[in-house]
Each structure stands twice: as C-alpha cells, then as structure tokens.
Design a binder for this molecule. Structure first.
Ligand code: SF4
Length: 146
C-alpha cells in the first residue's frame, strides 16, 4: 500500500517538474529478472549486446535503444540500481520494476526525475518477468528532448 502511494506521489511530482532530457542523459533501468533466465549475457552495462533472440523483452528494449540512443543497465538489485543512477551524466531515469523495487528506487534517487513502468510476473516473482514495450516507447516519446 505504501509502495503504491510512493509511486503515485512520484508520478504527481513528475508532472510538476521538467523531466525531459537528451537521449544520452536518460538511463533505462531494467531488473535482472526480465532477462530470460537461461541467457548468459552480462547486461550490467547495457542491453546493446543483446543478441535479440526474442526469448525476452530485452530484445525490444535493445531495438528502442538503437532507435533513441538512451543509456541502459540491467541490475540485480537496489544497490546496483542506485549506483547506476549516480553518474552525473544521468539526468532522468526510467525504471522498470515491480512495485516494491520501484518505490525503493524512487526514494533512493529522489533528486533525479524517475519515470516508472511496472513489469508483470507471468511466472511468479523474480523470474522471466515481462513488460509492455509500447509503454516504454510512449514514455520515450514524451521525455526525449531532440
Ligand atoms: S533477447 Fe537478448 S537478453 Fe533476452 S534471451 Fe535473447 S539474447 Fe538474451
């Protein structure tokens, strides 16, 4: 309940503050559980090395990254996520995660605008999770400063 409130509050604040940024200043943060569990790629530094085999939604994010030019990181937990957002070049964060992680992430990087997309859990929590790539595209169309 508190998690939902924090996400709601963040969205309300986000509408009030300018959060558009150049593609190179936008960091798209993804949870490790969205990567297919049998994939052995290390995507900590971004989804650009994805082979686009189609077993998970990283493929769609990788295609969007090629189109828009944002930064990305696939992180295993809150600490790694916070570390990734600390780079001074990052002005705006798009966080894709479950409700609990989103709320924690928002609280950790409150000084930077955080846009949120919830992932879904068709196989239960923390394994082969899914996301709506169209939502990410729509969000990018709103926040990318050309
Ligand atoms: S789409 Fe990319 S990240 Fe997902 S399983 Fe295939 S190679 Fe790995």
């Amino acid at each position: 309940m508190l998690d939902r409130f924090i996400i709601f509050l963040n969205k309300a604040i986000g509408k009030l503050r300018t959060s558009r940024a150049k593609p190179s200043e936008i960091l798209v943060l993804l949870p490790h559980c969205i990567q297919n569990k049998d994939c052995d790629l290390d995507l900590t530094s971004g989804v650009q090395i994805c082979r686009r085999c189609g077993r998970c939604k990283i493929r769609e994010v990788s295609l969007l990254q090629e189109e828009y030019g944002f930064r990305s990181a696939v992180v295993g937990g809150g600490q790694q996520a916070v570390q990734a957002t600390k780079d001074k070049g990052v002005k705006c964060v798009v966080a894709i995660a479950c409700e609990k992680e989103l709320a924690a992430g928002i609280l950790s990087v409150l000084r930077k605008p955080v846009h949120t997309i919830r992932n879904s859990q068709p196989f239960g929590p923390c394994v082969n999770t899914d996301m709506d790539a169209d939502s990410l595209r729509e969000m990018l169309q709103k926040i990318v400063k050309r």
